[in-house]
Design a protein around this ligand. Structure first.
Ligand code: NAP
Length: 332
């Protein structure tokens, strides 16, 4: 039988992937992390993290650099700028991972490809984004380019509020545009946002019940077209940039036909042990069903998957054991 080059291949070098690699590395399992860009994932673009228990305040790049170092310190190999295009389960039980022009074999795989920015799908969005002419999905990355300018930010979740609070430090005026009157973000963030909007001479405005239907301009963003969902009124609203924070979508296109996905592309797992529809293949982090999309839960998912791999390696029949019958396996 052909030998697997790796015990475990982890696809994705964000918090879930690096959390998993730390644990498989410590278990002396030969581990490879494949990352299509650079390690860090979306959280690598976050400039302030204050909800990682035990760490009062840190920044995304710093925290992720430490996670990478820790995983490498325990032997995990990290391959960057490498794209996985396809996976196959072979008859001998190994998993073939097609990565660029090579095929790598592993005894188990953890899928941790994370998620990407959701698009609004409105006229002007892709054109101005591709031209680098005023559409962005990352305030932390692009706020300094809008120093002294007027921008709109769109959305009502944690990302929209955190990023808006970052943008107000740079822009002359920030208008947050939300389609409802309630925010789905954590209350503590909403309080901070509303307090900022009430300050005397504030540069933060909030427009409720409003959607952006187009992004407009000659060669660069000069306005957005707004529609008030209550009154039906429409207007062109001048601005130099549009920041879009309307959620995320799982990076699972390459997994179609390999593992079971929901219609929105999330990987179906049995949530206690993170087993997918393919024996030996686990999923962790934002890519899976019922993910809470938090840094800490992504890390925890990676660690959970890494721990369950031991059960699978000990007894492949574990894969089909229902969670309710799992008591026989819990004698660590
Ligand atoms: P999210 O929570 O899904 O929020 C997306 C926001 O965009 C919602 O307010 C939604 O409006 C709005 N939206 C969606 N489609 C829209 C459209 N077509 N037009 C206008 N508005 C639209 O996404 P997120 O803020 O990126 O957060 C994703 C996950 O990461 C969440 O679980 C979040 O808690 C987590 N996260 C956590 C932190 C943290 O813990 N510090 C930071 C960032 C993100 P409605 O509310 O009307 O649906």
């Amino acid at each position: 039988m052909e030998q697997a080059a790796y015990d475990v291949i982890i696809i994705g070098g964000g918090p879930a992937g690096l959390g998993a690699a730390l644990y498989t590395g410590r278990d002396r399992l030969k581990t490879l992390v494949i990352e299509r860009f650079l390690p860090g994932g979306q959280i690598g673009n976050t400039n302030r993290i204050e909800n990682y228990p035990g760490v009062a305040e840190t920044d995304g790049p710093g925290l992720m650099a430490t996670m990478q170092k820790q995983a490498e310190g325990f032997g995990a190999e990290i391959k960057t700028m490498a794209e996985v295009t396809r996976l196959e389960k072979r008859h001998d039980g190994l998993i073939a991972v097609h990565c660029d022009s090579t095929v790598l074999l592993a005894r188990a795989v953890i899928l941790a490809p994370g998620s990407s920015y959701r698009k609004l799908g409105i006229p002007g969005e892709t054109e101005f984004r591709n031209a680098g002419a005023g559409v962005s999905y990352c305030g932390t990355c692009d706020a300094p380019f809008f120093r002294g300018k007027d921008v709109v930010s769109i959305g009502g979740g944690n990302t929209a509020i955190e990023e808006t609070l970052h943008l107000v430090k740079y822009a002359k005026k920030v208008t947050l545009i939300h389609r409802r009157a309630e925010f789905r973000a954590e209350k503590i963030l909403v309080e901070e946002l509303l307090a900022k909007a009430k300050e005397t001479g504030t540069n933060l405005l909030i427009r409720y019940h409003t959607i952006v239907t187009a992004i407009q301009g000659q060669g660069k963003v000069q306005s957005v077209h707004l529609k008030d969902l209550k009154t039906g009124e429409e207007e062109d609203y001048p601005c130099d940039g549009a920041f879009i924070f309307v959620g995320t979508e799982p990076n699972t296109q390459f997994l179609k036909g390999f593992v079971d996905l929901t219609k929105h592309g999330f990987i179906r797992v049995e949530c206690a042990y993170l087993r997918t529809s393919v024996p030996g293949v686990f999923a962790a982090g934002d890519c899976r069903i019922a993910a809470t999309m938090q840094l800490v839960t992504a890390v925890a998912d990676g660690v959970n998957a890494a721990m369950q791999i031991k059960q699978y390696f000990r007894d492949p029949n574990w894969w089909t054991t229902p969670v309710t019958d799992m008591i026989q396996y819990s004698g660590w």
